[in-house]
Ligand binder design. Sequence first.
Ligand SMILES: C[S@@+](CC[C@H](N)C(=O)[O-])C[C@H]1O[C@@H](n2cnc3c(N)ncnc32)[C@H](O)[C@@H]1O
Length: 233
Amino acid sequence: MSDYLARTLAAYGQGVHTYESATKDMVPDAELDTFVALLPDPAGPVLDAGCAFGRDTSLLAARGLAVTGIDLSEPLLGRARELHPALDFRSMDVCALDFADGGFAGVWCQATLLHLKDEHVRTALGEFHRVLRPGGALFVSFKEGQGEEGIVESFSADAARFFRYQTADRVRDMLEAAGFADPDVRVVNELERYGPGHRDLNWVSAYARKRPVAARHKADPAPMVELGGHGHR
Ligand SMILES: C[S@@+](CC[C@H](N)C(=O)[O-])C[C@H]1O[C@@H](n2cnc3c(N)ncnc32)[C@H](O)[C@@H]1O
């Protein structure tokens, strides 16, 4: 694991309850509804990638979806299991998913890839694309801006977390490069979205789908059929 990621995870580990109290009321209902409407199967399954203490994992389950939450922070996963003992939480890196190709109807990834450098964001998007079935839906969100830095916020128990900021254009380009079709990229202000007490900063949120398998055109020639044995009759 990279040093920068290990430091970010250590910050989360020291501040599980601080992070939970600061973000438990930031319920992304509108975004979850948009994401769920894009799913090719209303039952899922879906992956909550970077689930932390399981807020969105439980909201996805409450919408009737089979859901698995993954994270690399053991203390946050412990809290998720404590809060939601019936749900499936696993320790896993978004850059190395231990899931078969094409098994998920959707991947929900709220405010997680913002902790990764671009090369790792691209790897994670490639992994999301791989585990989605054709037509499967993706949601990702990042903090808007340029460059990267390690910053200390009260959210993380006064320890530095690494952030890579993204613009809407960069997010669109990375999604298309990973194979996603027509990403719908939006910029949302946190203060306007969640109200007083929240930060005046912008988020870049994107919805995208893995291309469905192309339907064969009627004029296409019939596929070659292996007859085996005596091909000429
Ligand atoms: C800002 S929190 C967002 C948590 C949650 N999705 C939410 O919206 O409240 C980022 C989360 O990503 C997790 N994380 C960071 N890098 C990760 C990685 N490479 N693989 C899995 N989880 C990661 C952190 O442990 C943390 O729980």
